[in-house]
Design a protein around this ligand. Structure first.
Ligand code: SF4
Length: 542
């Protein structure tokens, strides 16, 4: 049953019983006076029954404990243990000495309730909004970066994936249909359940030799049960069939042998299953390291006039999604949460012709180096580099908004230009005879045919090329974009101090919650630090 936390203070609160235990400027007093009252319990009302069940544990205290948990690498049992023992936690949550008892399962169940909807995001947004207001932080400039959150799953080699898939299915089969298990067991090359099989990366050579044998076992199991009316609906069997389809190919046998040849695909798709224990998890490569887990995005304010910067957006998605695909969604969330910036800074993963144009449409200037080009200024040679749309004299028609190519880098005027709806590009034609004798021919992006030389371009190419030129040639602009690098420190803070590098959970929704509470904790820390160094802009909350 939903009930609110009593506002009445008690004479048995920790700071009254031990008045000088902590100095006045300790963080717990700021938390109690300024942050604790900001937690709006009514937001969580829908998670509980209004009349049935016993009253819930104080929501304010549970949210506070989740924030404290986000400040350090604490486990659920660790929070349960520390709550009655830490005087700063007792003061921060206005808890009476001797009454600070919470079972770790109560806290975890509350956390699980938050997984089901958007309440945690709303809490993060409300707190951040208030912090920004109280610290006078400007949201006009913001910067974004992404990082990997490592999953709890072991990274399996291909051999390990196939072996584990077979083992997991056989365990289900043995439990549900022991007779059928005994029957199929004799047809397989290995005792997958009872024998300890190496599934890691250690013995790569023997794994490669064994992989085709396991693939055959997979095929035998698939053929044996794909028409069985019950087993074909087993989740583990469906996973086995998917893994087989993603990793292997069946080659028709010409020599009339009983079994067809099973060929291992050279490269499975990036979206393929990488562990039978969690089919949602994907492998991703980062700096030549393969990882299982998710990708996290973090955006924070970065105006140089701000005394304190705050995180304004966090999110977790599948690790195989490219940064540029997530870019519009980051801006959508910023606009929805009323944190819309005027300028957003990102690295080349986020910035390309399309995202620049989409951002402009949303009223945000996306700044940073454009993807698809080298950003090494030392290797940038204006005399030798390949020419692109940015080197052509192009204007945008104020009426039709179409690109008009006025001349090429050699000042040659085009013969004509037309829109190719099929390719979504403008085809600009030049005299091929002049082009063939042009000094720039080797570096020019035109395609020279017999009758005409064609240059194709669209708005995205042009926006990307213009950005590339601006970034490489304008030192002041590069200096402005370097403001983005500050987000690396925030990523480091979240991953090292707040323990977000490793997910505590199996599901992505819970990993997202972990990141949200780590981001709230990070903002709370910054807000408290701001109060120690500067004044807040509003009088204290009561
Ligand atoms: S090759 Fe043709 S289009 Fe390219 S710069 Fe030379 S004249 Fe212009």
């Amino acid at each position: 049953m939903f009930c609110l936390t009593s506002h009445q203070s008690s004479m048995f609160e920790a700071d009254k019983i031990f008045p000088d235990a902590l100095p006045e400027e300790d963080w717990c007093f700021t938390f109690r006076d300024r942050i604790y009252p900001l937690i709006n319990e009514n937001k969580f009302k829908h998670l509980y029954s209004e009349s049935e069940g016993r009253p819930n544990f104080s929501i304010k205290k549970m949210v506070s404990l989740l924030i404290f948990m986000g400040t350090a690498k604490l486990t659920w049992r660790g929070v349960e243990f520390q709550f009655p023992r830490r005087i700063d936690w007792l003061i921060a949550t206005s808890t009476e000495v001797g009454k600070a008892k919470i079972d770790h399962t109560t806290l975890f169940k509350f956390y699980e309730l938050l997984e089901t909807d958007n309440t945690a995001v709303e809490l993060f947004t409300e707190l951040t909004d208030k912090f920004i207001e109280l610290c006078g932080t400007s949201i006009k400039k913001q910067r974004t970066d992404s990082f990997f959150i490592h999953g709890w799953l072991k990274l399996l080699s291909r051999y390990g994936l196939l072996t584990e898939t077979v083992r997991k299915f056989l365990l289900t089969l043995r439990k549900q249909k022991p007779g059928l298990y005994e029957k199929i067991k004799g047809q397989l090359s290995n005792d997958y359940i009872n024998k300890e099989l190496e599934i890691g990366e250690k013995d790569k050579k023997s794994a490669q030799r064994q992989i085709s044998i396991v693939a055959k076992d997979l095929y035998r199991i698939k053929c044996a049960f794909e028409n069985h009316k019950k087993i074909k609906h087993f989740q583990t069997f469906k996973i086995l069939c998917t893994v087989f389809a993603e990793q292997c190919e069946v080659k028709e046998n010409r020599d009339n042998q009983e079994e067809p040849e099973i060929v291992i695909k050279e490269k499975p798709d990036t979206g393929s299953i990488c562990s039978p224990h969690n089919t949602d998890v994907r492998c991703a490569r980062k700096n030549n390291h393969l990882t299982t887990g998710d990708k996290a995005f973090v955006t924070e304010t970065c105006g140089p006039e701000n005394k304190t910067q705050f995180i304004t957006d966090v999110n977790v998605i599948t690790s195989t999604v490219h940064d540029s695909q997530q870019q519009p969604k980051i801006q959508e969330r910023l606009v929805k949460n009323k944190f819309k910036p005027e300028k957003q800074y990102g690295d080349s993963g986020f910035v390309n012709g399309k995202t620049i144009l989409d951002s402009r449409e949303a009223g945000i200037e996306l700044e940073g180096p454009c993807s698809g080009h080298s950003q090494t200024t030392e290797a940038y040679d204006p005399e030798k580099r390949r020419l692109d749309a940015g080197d052509f004299d192009i204007t945008i028609s104020s009426k039709t908004k179409e690109l008009i190519v006025n001349s090429c880098p050699n000042k040659l005027k085009p013969l004509n230009q037309k829109l190719s709806t099929k390719r979504d590009k403008i085809l600009v034609h030049f005299d091929p005879d002049i082009c063939r004798s042009c000094l720039y021919l080797e570096r020019c992006p035109i395609r020279t045919g017999k009758r005409v030389a064609t240059f194709s371009v669209n708005h995205r190419d042009y926006a990307g090329a213009v950005r590339y030129h601006k970034y490489m040639e304008d030192q002041e602009y590069r200096k402005e974009c370097s403001i983005r690098t500050g987000i690396e420190a925030t990523v480091s803070e979240l991953t090292r101090s707040h323990g977000v590098r490793k997910s505590r959970h199996r599901k992505q929704t819970k990993t997202n919650l972990q990141l949200i509470f780590a981001a709230i904790a990070c903002n709370v820390k910054r807000f408290i630090r701001h109060g120690k160094s500067y004044e807040y802009l509003e009088p204290e909350y009561t």
